[in-house]
Design a protein around this ligand. Structure first.
Ligand code: GRF
Length: 234
């Protein structure tokens, strides 16, 4: 039996629509709480949502620090107060040092707008579209993965994919992928909640082996069904 709620720290830099999707999916679930929202950008739109929902906020503008490590240390110092069990990166646009990742015992997950290992890095929708137009790509999507020191390189937990349409633009792909993300990320958080005890107490296990080895791959329609089933939406 859980003795307390699992504590999530959600990191954002911009709109925070994934953060909002996760927060919404967790409402009424007393086994988990968002203990704080962290941002490197004081103007992040998602912070407004955090304030409106009376969530704790840590905002450290990276531009005011001399080094990446100094910025990370300032976040670590503030995060200590909340002792998060799991860090959820949701559009956080800073790369972490290995020091930060190890400090949190690699208990960090991220969502990336591509079917990893394809299209790591930025501008994924544009790059996918260019390949589609050359006849080299048919699908696009998003991935939730563990965070490791290499950018977009940690082990993939789950993916959702869509078929690219002839009329798609980079912007329409961004919107279509966002819709997938808002279902996929809450599903993965819900899966991890089933392993709360391990995440909380067993700090020595290999976190990447916590879930099944196979990557969960959802087509658009399967994803909606899985979301409704997970959150008992009828
Ligand atoms: C998402 O597309 C996510 O995959 C990427 O950054 C974007 C964040 O969007 N890592 P939002 O701030 O959650 O709306």
């Amino acid at each position: 039996m859980s003795t307390r709620a699992l504590k999530l720290a959600v990191f954002i830099s911009g709109t925070g629509s994934n953060f909002k999707a996760i927060h919404t999916s967790l409402k009424n679930n007393s086994d988990v709480e968002i203990c704080c929202v962290v941002s490197n950008n004081p103007d992040a739109i998602g912070l407004e949502y955090a304030k409106a929902n009376e969530l704790n906020i840590i905002c450290q503008d990276h531009k005011t620090f001399e080094s990446r490590q100094a910025h990370e240390q300032a976040i670590i110092n503030e995060l200590e107060k909340y002792q998060p069990d799991l860090i959820i990166l949701a559009g956080y646009m800073r790369v972490f040092t290995a020091y930060f990742i190890e400090h949190f015992d690699t208990r960090m997950i991220n969502i990336h707008p591509s079917l990893l290992p394809l299209y790591k890095g930025l501008n994924t929708h544009q790059r996918v579209l260019e390949d589609f137009n050359k006849g080299n790509q048919t699908h696009h999507g998003c991935s939730v993965h563990w965070v490791s020191a290499g950018v977009d390189e940690g082990r993939v937990i789950a993916q959702a994919q869509l078929a690219i349409a002839q009329e798609d633009t980079a912007d329409s792909l961004r919107q279509r992928v966002h819709i997938l993300e808002h279902k996929l990320y809450p599903i993965v958080v819900a899966l991890l909640l089933q392993k709360s005890e391990t995440i909380r107490y067993n700090k020595s296990n290999n976190i990447e082996e916590l879930l099944e080895e196979d990557i969960l791959l959802f087509e658009e329609s399967q994803l909606i069904a899985k979301y409704d089933e997970t959150f008992e939406i009828t």
